[in-house]
Ligand binder design. Sequence first.
Ligand code: NAD
Length: 325
Amino acid sequence: MSRRRAKKVAVLPGDGIGPEVVGSALAVLDAAGAEFEKVPVDIGLGRWKRTGFALAEEDLEIIKQCDCVLLGAVTTPPDPNYRSVLLRLRRELDLYANIRPFSSSKLDFIIVRENTEGLYSGQEEVGLEESRTVRVVTRRGSERIAEKACDIAAKRRKLTVIHKSNVLRSDRLFLKTCQDVANKRGVLCEDMLVDAAAYNLVVNPQRFDVMVTTNLFGDILSDEAAGVLGSLGLCASANVGETFALFEPIHGSAPDIAGKGIANPVGAIRSAAMMMEWLGEATLARRIETAVSWALETGKKTPDLGGSCGTKDVAEAITGYLRKI
Ligand code: NAD
């Protein structure tokens, strides 16, 4: 009789509040009955200060042997010798789709952000009088992110392509490619300039369903969306490629509150639920989502949401609920 191999998850707590919120997410996974092998990997600024490597080659090899990654957050210092761990992971693992769901009783939309090109191409010339960053948009990159967005939009209402093609000629390729893919897939498709999208996110977020956009626009719009929802600490993300994925809350390492025990763990917990769904455990993922909604509805909130709970209080409320249902 063949036994299913236990899934291996590389656990990367990272810097600042990363270890605090990942600790909560792991406790919740445990209470939900998730079974997987944890492979801890030390990455980030702390590691760099100690060893000179934020992400060593051997770490990358260990990560590649796993099924997916659960990451907390990393601090990126303004030091030209420091290579961003996240950009490197996204590129080396070809995690080209960054999927960020935002939902509450008032809104429900998903931002699908291209994760490997655009203004985060890494192609830069830095000078004292003039600096340049190359914005890369390729047909292949646009096609595959549009396909991913259409996979999601096909099961929902519509796709909105967010761009700035009236000024940026590179976005004409992005827009046309997304429209062609949506037409081919039979997905209802509209488009909107990024400035109008930024405005509409605040005044009329209900009009959005699935948004697809380039790297920098997606980065900025998703923090804005988190603000509309109430806090960066609530929001989760999946960085997905063809066969591998990395799950992380959308917030950073929040040095201003690190170590105080007040970070909101919900974004990390929701990221862990997205991970379980990707690993084929949709029922378990839904149980975690239900427990999170119950905790928020019954006022188990950290200070970013106006509450007085600590990180552990919220995690314990959620684990307690999961053990009962
Ligand atoms: P940040 O997301 O860390 O924090 C922005 C604000 O939101 C802060 O006031 C912080 O206290 C608050 N906040 C964030 N997460 C929270 C949570 N879970 N609960 C309660 N409050 C929360 O962004 P920043 O301050 O611009 O960046 C800090 C560091 O994080 C920088 O080094 C940056 O490069 C890095 N960063 C990393 C990631 C990542 O790892 N994915 C993402 C963004 C920024």
